[in-house]
Design a protein around this ligand. Structure first.
Ligand SMILES: [Zn+2]
Length: 427
C-alpha cells in the first residue's frame, strides 16, 4: 500500500478533521436512524441534529466491517470476487424468528421506487449527494485513523435493481459485482485525485492545498463539483457493455449537478482536459475552462507498477434499520393444502426433516394468523403469490385466492421450485 502511516504523518499540519459539509456526516445520521426515527424524519430539525462521522461508534455497533486494502480492478474483467453475498449461508436456525434477519434484510430484488418511498432519508440522500449516498471516501488527509472507501450495503443493491434488473434476475452475483465495481471505481477516483493534489502540495508543504480544495469540493456548490463528474465518468468506463452503461447513465442523469455532468468528460480528450481543469482548482483557482494546469495529466497518471500499489482500505457499512421495502401484511384466515402437495409431503422419498418442518410451518402460519416480515416468507413477482422456506432446500408456494384465504399449491426442492417458478412466471 502506497499510503501508509509514514506518509500520513509526513502530511503534518496539512491533515484536517472532516469538513462539516462532508457527506459522511449525513450518512452517519442515516445509518443510525431506527425505523421509528425515520418515520419522524420530516419533523427533524436537521441543523440541530448534527451528527458527526464516527467510524469507531459504527464499529462498536457492528455497522462497519473493514476489509484489507484493495487496488482498482483492471478494466473489463479479472475482477476478484469481492462482493459475494455472504448472507446466503445464514444458519438455518430458529433463534432468528421474529427478528429482522439478515436474509430478509438483504433481499436482492426490490422496487427501488417503493424502497425510496418508504425511506425518506435515503431518497433525500440520493437527491443531495448522488453517488456519495451509497458510497463515500474518507481522505488520508483526515486526522482520524480510518481512511478509505466506505460502501453502504444497500448501495450495490440499489444500483443493480435500478441499472441492471435483467442481469440481477439471471446472474445476481455478477449484477451486484458490477454495481460494486462502479461505486468502488467512483470512490477510487477521489483517491487518485487526493494523491494528485498531494503531489502538488508536497512541492511546497507550507502551503496546504488539499484542505482548502476539499472544503470547496464538499461545500455543495455546483461550481465545485467537477471532481464528481470526472469520478462518475471514470467509473462508467470500468463497466463493460453498452446496456449496463446505459443503465448507469439513467441513474446518474437523476443525480445532482456535477454527478450528472459525467457525459462532458466521456471522450479521452475531454477527460484529460477535465483533469487539467481539476488540477488548476487544486491550486485555488475557480473552475473555468480557461484555467488549465499544464501538467495535469502527469499528476493523475502513474506507471502500472505504482498504480498496482495504490490500494485503499474498504469498509462495508450497514444501516442499523433494515433497508428493505415494506412487505404487505399477509393475513391467514384459512389455509388449504392441495392434495398433490399433501401426497408429496407424505411420499416415502420425501426427507423426514421436510415432513416435520412442513407440519411445523403449517401450524405456525395458522397460529400466527398474519405475517409482515419473516425470513422464510418471500414475495414473488406475481401478485398474491408467495413462497415459504420449509427447510434450507425445500420450498412451498402459497397463493392468496380471496382475502385471507390461502392455498398451498406446491412443495419441492430447489431445482423443482426453480422449474415451478419458471412455469408460473413468478420471476
Ligand atoms: Zn464522489
Amino acid at each position: 500500500m502506497i499510503i501508509d502511516d509514514e506518509i500520513r504523518d509526513a502530511l503534518g499540519e496539512n491533515r484536517f478533521d472532516l469538513p462539516d459539509g462532508h457527506p459522511a456526516h449525513r450518512r452517519m445520521r442515516e445509518l443510525l436512524m431506527t425505523e421509528g426515527e425515520i418515520a419522524e424524519f420530516e419533523s427533524f430539525d436537521q441543523e440541530t441534529n448534527q451528527v458527526r462521522w464516527d467510524h469507531n461508534r459504527l464499529e462498536e455497533l457492528g455497522l462497519v466491517t473493514s476489509r484489507p486494502p484493495r487496488g482498482l480492478i483492471s478494466k473489463y474483467g479479472s475482477r476478484p470476487a469481492w462482493y459475494l453475498f455472504g448472507h446466503e449461508d445464514q444458519e438455518e436456525g430458529e433463534e432468528n424468528e421474529g427478528h429482522h434477519s439478515a436474509l430478509e434484510q438483504y433481499q436482492l430484488r426490490f422496487d427501488v421506487d417503493i424502497l425510496l418511498a418508504n425511506r425518506a432519508p435515503l431518497a433525500a440522500a440520493l437527491a443531495t449527494d448522488g453517488t456519495e449516498a451509497l458510497a463515500w471516501y474518507i481522505p488520508f488527509h483526515d486526522t482520524d485513523s480510518e481512511w478509505g472507501i466506505y460502501i453502504r450495503d444497500i448501495g450495490p443493491r440499489i444500483i443493480a435493481n435500478r441499472c441492471f434488473p435483467d442481469l440481477l434476475r439471471t446472474d445476481p452475483g455478477e449484477a451486484l459485482g458490477l454495481a460494486f465495481d462502479f461505486l468502488f471505481a467512483h470512490e477510487f477516483f477521489h483517491h487518485i485525485s487526493e494523491i494528485a493534489c498531494t503531489t502538488l502540495e508536497n512541492s511546497n508543504p507550507s502551503n496546504p492545498l488539499y484542505r482548502p480544495y476539499f472544503d470547496r469540493l464538499v461545500s455543495g456548490d455546483a461550481d465545485e463539483a467537477l471532481e464528481e463528474a470526472l469520478a462518475n465518468s471514470f467509473a462508467l468506463d470500468f463497466i463493460p457493455g453498452k446496456q449496463y452503461k446505459d443503465g448507469l447513465r439513467g441513474l446518474m442523469d437523476d443525480c445532482p449537478p456535477g454527478y450528472r455532468d459525467y457525459g462532458e468528460y466521456q471522450s479521452e480528450l475531454r477527460f484529460e482536459r477535465g483533469l487539467d481543469w481539476l488540477a488548476s482548482m487544486f491550486t485555488g483557482k475557480p473552475f473555468s475552462r480557461s484555467n488549465r494546469y499544464t501538467f495535469g495529466h502527469g499528476l493523475f497518471s502513474h506507471p502500472n507498477s505504482v498504480f498496482k500499489r495504490m490500494e485503499v482500505p474498504v469498509h462495508d457499512t450497514t444501516d442499523i434499520s433494515p433497508c428493505a421495502p415494506a412487505l404487505p401484511m399477509c393475513i391467514f384466515k384459512n389455509i388449504t393444502v392441495l392434495v398433490d402437495v399433501l401426497d408429496r409431503v407424505k411420499h416415502k422419498k420425501t426427507p423426514h426433516d421436510v415432513r416435520k418442518q412442513f407440519k411445523k410451518s403449517m401450524r405456525r402460519l395458522r397460529e400466527w394468523g398474519e405475517i409482515e416480515r419473516n425470513r422464510r416468507w418471500n414475495k414473488t413477482a406475481r401478485k398474491s403469490w408467495f413462497f415459504w422456506d420449509v427447510t434450507s432446500s425445500w420450498r412451498m408456494s402459497l397463493v392468496e385466492e380471496t382475502h385471507g384465504d390461502w392455498v398451498v399449491n406446491f412443495i419441492g426442492n430447489h431445482t423443482e421450485y426453480d422449474r415451478f417458478r419458471e412455469r408460473k412466471k413468478l420471476n
